[in-house]
Write a new protein. Structure first.
Length: 303
């Protein structure tokens, strides 16, 4: 029975992450549901790996279509990435014009000429959560000693950094007391718990809500056991050479989404309450948090 469960679970993981595994690392993933105007400049809008590329396209393409519906003379194009490392390499090369990065990535993108124009969602929703099996005997953080914990990526702020700081605050040496595995995506972190490959999986609320909706059978065997304090949510950023008119149109359109029925549907499908005003200074709190984390726990970027 355990063998059968493992085989079924591995098949599900393959389905969740297969798109990522079959795509060469240097191949951009771009999506558009409407024809481009002849010779119209294209500005790529890169979303960090909230989901696998296929799921991310389904979730965010309606937003891009909405922005394009009234954008004159230029077009936006959605770009997904196979994992966090590929995404971070893209913005460090200043390849996409627009970004939706996590807060730590926001700090890194600021270093190469991107600027914050909005925040996606509410700050209260940006927190780490731990998922365990319902039949697990894990009850308190110390029960994880000697066990495996899964995360999407070392640089996933809500889904790795904040959970590891939570464990540190509860007396766990995350470099010695547990085995950390970085499995590439939010879905995989959750699925490793379902399969029994990890005793607990770290993620954050939007992917967990999405997993419960898309995979109710598997989700029914899991439960949320702990959550971290909140910080600040993902940003929307623009490269410093994008024309002011384009930047301002995107900023205003995002902030206005919540005011229309169509916009509310788009936001609901993304699992985002609304876009809110923010700027570079809004993310100074993240720099302070990362400084403490790297002093107490580990470097964000593992060698």
């Amino acid at each position: 029975m355990n063998v059968l469960l493992t085989l079924v679970g591995l098949f599900i993981i393959f389905q969740l992450t297969g798109c990522e595994q079959q795509i060469p690392e240097d191949t951009p993933l771009q999506y558009s549901s409407s024809p481009l105007e002849p010779n119209a400049p294209i500005y790529r809008f890169a979303i960090h790996p909230l989901h696998n590329p296929e799921k991310l396209s389904e979730t965010y393409q309606p937003l891009i279509d909405h922005l394009n519906s009234q954008l004159q003379g230029v077009r936006l194009e959605l770009e997904a990435s196979r994992d966090y490392q590929a995404y971070e390499q893209k913005f460090r090369e200043r390849s996409p014009a627009f970004l939706l990065p996590n807060p730590w990535q926001t700090l890194q993108a600021q270093k190469v000429g991107y600027h914050v124009i909005a925040m996606a969602g509410s700050a209260e929703d940006f927190k780490g959560i731990f998922i365990v099996r319902r039949d697990s005997r894990i009850e308190k953080p110390s029960d994880l000693k000697g066990k495996v914990v899964s995360y999407p990526s070392p640089s996933a702020l809500a889904a790795a950094i904040m959970p590891q700081y939570f464990l540190y605050a509860h007396g766990i040496d995350v470099n010695r007391d547990i085995q950390n595995i970085y499995v590439g995506s939010q879905e995989s972190s959750i699925m490793n718990v379902y399969l029994g490959n990890s005793a607990a999986g770290a993620t954050w609320p939007p992917p967990w809500r999405s997993f419960q909706k898309d995979h109710p059978t598997e989700a029914a065997q899991l439960k949320l056991i702990w959550e971290t304090p909140s910080l600040i949510n993902n940003s929307v950023m623009v490269r410093d050479d994008v024309p002011e008119s384009v930047r301002e149109y995107v900023r205003k359109s995002l902030l206005d989404l919540v005011q229309s029925p169509e916009g509310k549907i788009i936001l609901s499908d993304m699992g985002t309450a609304r876009f809110q005003a923010a700027d570079d200074a809004s993310y100074a709190v993240v720099a302070d948090y990362i400084k403490r984390f790297e002093k107490d726990v580990r470097p964000v970027e593992l060698q």
